[in-house]
Design a protein around this ligand. Structure first.
Ligand SMILES: [Fe+2]
Length: 163
């Protein structure tokens, strides 16, 4: 597990370079884009640009730790906890543990496959967030509100930003 102190340091390092990478992020009119800013064996850092109306399904992050921080705009986040029984049986067992509107400087830390969330930009403006995943992950699960696993998706990048 990556230490909280390291998470802060890694995010601060990327923020120091924000003027260089932010103009390079791909844009589109709907949804959101995921751009990789940095990757090593232990972790990766992505910038997510959220367009008005962008919404993710409820998802896990494989077995990776995930730390997020809002850099611009605001994001509506719903947090869910998956029970151990549900994890074993792959059956319904999600519990909504909180909803929040996160503003600049706020974020979350999600621990592996038990901590799930859905994220949405309900505003009329773009939102930007930075995400750290440790270790990097290739696949993640998508769920419905009951906790049923609907699909396994492959993590994708819209861009690998070289700055
Ligand atoms: Fe996520």
């Amino acid at each position: 597990m990556i230490a909280a102190l390291d998470v802060d340091r890694i995010i601060v390092e990327r923020l120091a370079e924000r003027e260089r990478w932010e103009p390079l992020l791909p844009r589109k009119k709907i949804g959101y884009t995921r751009s990789r800013l940095f990757a090593c064996d232990a972790f990766e850092v992505l910038a997510l640009l959220w367009f008005p109306g962008a919404t993710t399904p409820i998802h896990d992050h494989g077995n990776s730790y995930c730390a997020t921080r809002v850099l611009a705009g605001e994001l509506h986040v719903a947090r869910y906890l998956r029970s151990d029984e549900a994890r074993a049986a792959d059956s319904p067992g999600l519990r909504l543990v909180g909803r929040s509107v996160q503003h600049v400087g706020e974020g979350d830390a999600l621990d592996g496959a038990r901590d799930l969330h859905s994220v949405a930009n309900r505003s009329h403006h773009e939102a930007l967030s930075i995400h750290l995943y440790a270790p990097r992950y290739a696949e993640f699960g998508i769920y419905d509100e009951s906790g049923a696993r609907l699909a396994t998706a492959t993590a994708r990048y819209d861009a690998v930003v070289d700055f």
